[in-house]
Design a protein around this ligand. Structure first.
Ligand SMILES: [Cu+2]
Length: 611
C-alpha cells in the first residue's frame, strides 16, 4: 500500500523582488532590502493526484536568493516551475501561455513523444512566440521521474524548469510512505549571457582555486621539489590547470534544493522508520553534484526515470539533466542533512530530512577538490606509472618527446602521430554485449585545430569509476557499471552500424563541439527510421560532458549484458570512451547535445534526422 506524501503546504522561502521594476534598477549597488516572503506554496510539492491537462503560463520577474538578486523565468508564478504529476497511459494536453516579450518553449526531458511535441525551437517546432501560446498534445507511455525545461535562449539557467512525476499504469514495484522531489539547481544573479561572455574571455574566470605557491611547497614535501616543479611546468606548458574542474563555480552560484539556498534549508518531514522516496533531479545549468545523506545508506531504484535493480550506496554523482530515485529509511528521529557538493567543491546544496520543520543536522566539511590527471587527458592505461588523482606521476611526462610538442597546444606534431591510436586501439576493458557493428560514421580522430586542443590518445572505459574526486573517499559511491535494468530492451537486434563522436573543445577560446566542429559548421546525423545504431562517445576534453539525445532511449553498454540501463543523459568522463545503443523508432528532427548550458550554446550540439 502506498501512501502519498503529505502535500507541501509551507510558504516558500524564495523571495519575489517586489520593489524593483527590472534589473535596470541595479540592486547590486545597495544592501538587499528585506523583501516580503513569496505567497507561493512549495512548487516542488508533488500534487495529490495526476492531471492530464495543464495550463503553464511563462513570465519573468526579478528574483532573490539570499543576497543575490537576479531575474527568473517563472511558470505559473514560480521558479522552479511547479511539479507536474502525470499518469502513464494518459493523453496529455499542455497549453503554454507566453507572457514574455521573447519566444519560449518547454522541452519534456526524457519523454518519448512525436518530434513536433519535443519542444526544441528551430529543430522540432517553431517555438512559443512572444505573447503567444502553443498546445502540446501527446500520449504518455512511460513512468518515473523526469523534468521539463525551456529550450529557448538561456531561460533554463534562470529557473525555467520543473519536476515531472509519472505514475506507472501497473502496480508500483516499491512501497514508500513519503515521496519528495529534490530539484538541484545553480542560481546566479549574473545573467547567463554575461557569464558566457566572461568565459569566452577567460575560461577560468570563475575558477579561483588554482594551485598556489603555498601548495607547491606542500607538494614538494611529498614528492620532492623537482618532481613538483616538473608537474607544474607540464601542466602550464599544456596551458591547463589541473584544478580546473568546473567552468562556473560557487563564486557566483548559489546551489539550491527545490529553489531553497542552504541557509533556508528545504526540509522534508518524516516519521522514524518510514521509507522515503527521493526523486533527485539535477536541473542546474553547469554543475555536477555529489549527493549524499551523511550517516545513511540508500537504495538507488531508478536512473533517468527507468527502474533499475536496487543498488545500495552512500553517494552518487549526478550531472545536469540526470535523475536518480532513491529510497532511504532513517530509523532515528533526528535531522539528517541532505548534502550535494558541487564537483569543484566551491559550494553545496543542502536540505534536511527531519521529524519536523526547523530541525537541523550537522553540515559536513566539503571533500578536497578533485585534481585532473593524465587519465583525464585521454592518456589512461598508458605505461607511464600510476596516473590517477593528485598523486599521479605526471612529472615523468615532461621528458616525453611527444608531449613537448604540446606546449603551445597548437601544431602538436607529437600528439597527432599518437592520436591515430584512438581509432585502432579498442580498450580491452570496454564491455560489449551486442556484437560489433560495422563502423560507418567514424570520422577518425578529429583534427587539432582552433576548435580542438587535444585528442585522447588512449581513451578508456571509466564506467566502473565513480568520477574524479570520488575515488577512495571511504564511501560506497554509485558507478554507471552498477546500473542494471529490470528487463531487457524490447529491441534485441544488434546495431547495424556505429556512429563515433569525439567530444572536443578548446578551453582557451571556450569553444565546444563534436569532432572539432561547432554546431554552425556541422551537418545533421542521419539515422534510418527503425534503424538500430551504436553511438560511441570519445571524450577528448578534460571535462565531463552530460550528453543528451532527444526522443530515444540511450541503452548504456555498461557490462550488464542484455540488462542495459535506459538513460536519456549520459555523462562522459574526461579521457573516456563509452557506447550506447539506440533504436530510432520515431521519425523527425531531434536535438543531440551536451547538457552543460554554455557548452551547448558554444557548439556542442547536433541535429539528428530520423527518416
Ligand atoms: Cu559539455
Amino acid at each position: 500500500m502506498i501512501m502519498r506524501s503529505r502535500p507541501g503546504t509551507g510558504l516558500s522561502r524564495r523571495h519575489f523582488v517586489t520593489g524593483l521594476t527590472g534589473l535596470g534598477l541595479s540592486a547590486c549597488t545597495r544592501a538587499p532590502a528585506p523583501f516580503p516572503a513569496s505567497p507561493l506554496v512549495d512548487a516542488s510539492a508533488i500534487p495529490a493526484t495526476a492531471t492530464s491537462r495543464h495550463t503553464l503560463t511563462v513570465d519573468t520577474r526579478p528574483w532573490q536568493i539570499g543576497s543575490r538578486i537576479g531575474r527568473a523565468f517563472t511558470v505559473n508564478g514560480s521558479a522552479p516551475a511547479p511539479t507536474l504529476r502525470w499518469r502513464e497511459g494518459d493523453d496529455m494536453v499542455l497549453e503554454v501561455q507566453n507572457r514574455l516579450s521573447e519566444p519560449t518553449s518547454i522541452h519534456w526531458h526524457g519523454i518519448r513523444l512525436p518530434a513536433n511535441m519535443d519542444g526544441v525551437p528551430g529543430i522540432s517546432f517553431g517555438g512559443v512566440p512572444a505573447k503567444g501560446a502553443f498546445t502540446y498534445r501527446f500520449p504518455v507511455r512511460q513512468s518515473g521521474t523526469y523534468w521539463y525545461h525551456s529550450h529557448s535562449g538561456m531561460q533554463e539557467a534562470q529557473g525555467l524548469f520543473g519536476a515531472l512525476v509519472i505514475d506507472p499504469i501497473s502496480k508500483p514495484i516499491h512501497t514508500y510512505e513519503r515521496d519528495y522531489v529534490l530539484v538541484l539547481s545553480d542560481w546566479s544573479d549574473v545573467a547567463p549571457h554575461d557569464i558566457m561572455s566572461n568565459l569566452k574571455q577567460q575560461d577560468d574566470y570563475y575558477n579561483f582555486r588554482q594551485r598556489t605557491v603555498a601548495s607547491l611547497f606542500g607538494e614538494a614535501k611529498e614528492k620532492g621539489l623537482g618532481n613538483a616543479l616538473d608537474d607544474r611546468l607540464t601542466w602550464s606548458r599544456m596551458r591547463m590547470a589541473a584544478t580546473d574542474i568546473s567552468d562556473v563555480s560557487g563564486v557566483i552560484y548559489s546551489y539550491l534544493i527545490n529553489g531553497e539556498a542552504p541557509d533556508s534549508n528545504w526540509t522534508g518531514v518524516f516519521t522514524p522508520g518510514e521509507r522515503i522516496r527521493l526523486r533527485v533531479i539535477n536541473a542546474s545549468a553547469m554543475t555536477l553534484f555529489d549527493f549524499r545523506i551523511p550517516g545513511l545508506t540508500f537504495s538507488v531504484i531508478s536512473a533517468d526515470g527507468s527502474d533499475v535493480d536496487p543498488v545500495t550506496v552512500e553517494e552518487f554523482r549526478i550531472s545536469p539533466a540526470e535523475t536518480y530515485d532513491i529510497i532511504v529509511q532513517p530509523t532515528d528521529g533526528r535531522a539528517w542533512t541532505i548534502f550535494a557538493q558541487s564537483e569543484d567543491r566551491t559550494g553545496y546544496a543542502r536540505g534536511t530530512l527531519a521529524p519536523k520543520k526547523g530541525m537541523k543536522g550537522a553540515i559536513p566539511p566539503m571533500d578536497p577538490r578533485p585534481v585532473r590527471s593524465m587519465v583525464d587527458m585521454g592518456m589512461g592505461h598508458m605505461d607511464m606509472g600510476h596516473m590517477h588523482g593528485s598523486e599521479c606521476g605526471m612529472s615523468g611526462m615532461s621528458g616525453m618527446s611527444g608531449m613537448s610538442g604540446m606546449s603551445g597546444m597548437s601544431g602538436m606534431s607529437g600528439m597527432s602521430g599518437m592520436s591515430g591510436m584512438s581509432s585502432t586501439d579498442k580498450p580491452a576493458s570496454t564491455p560489449k554485449e551486442a556484437p560489433p557493428a560495422p563502423v560507418i560514421d567514424d570520422p577518425g580522430p578529429p583534427p587539432k585545430n582552433v576548435e580542438n586542443q587535444i585528442v585522447a590518445v588512449n581513451p578508456i572505459d571509466r564506467l566502473g569509476e565513480p568520477g574524479d574526486g570520488l575515488e577512495h573517499n571511504g564511501r560506497k559511491v554509485l558507478t554507471y557499471a552498477m546500473l542494471r535494468a529490470l528487463r531487457p530492451a524490447p529491441d534485441q537486434r544488434p546495431p547495424s552500424r556505429e556512429i563515433i563522436m569525439h567530444l572536443t573543445g578548446n578551453m582557451m577560446r571556450y569553444i565546444w563541439g563534436f569532432d572539432a566542429k561547432k554546431f554552425s559548421e556541422s551537418s545533421p546525423i542521419h539515422i534510418k527510421l527503425n534503424e538500430r545504431v551504436r553511438i560511441t562517445l570519445i571524450n577528448d576534453t578534460m571535462m565531463e560532458h552530460p550528453i543528451h539525445l532527444h526522443g530515444f532511449w540511450s541503452e548504456l553498454e555498461n557490462g550488464q549484458g542484455e540488462l542495459r540501463p535506459n538513460k536519456h543523459t549520459i555523462l562522459s568522463q574526461p579521457g573516456s570512451k563509452l557506447s550506447y545503443l539506440v533504436t530510432a523508432d520515431t521519425p523527425g528532427m531531434w536535438a543531440f547535445h551536451c547538457h552543460l548550458m554554455y557548452h551547448m550554446h558554444l557548439g556542442m550540439f547536433r541535429t539528428v534526422v530520423v527518416s
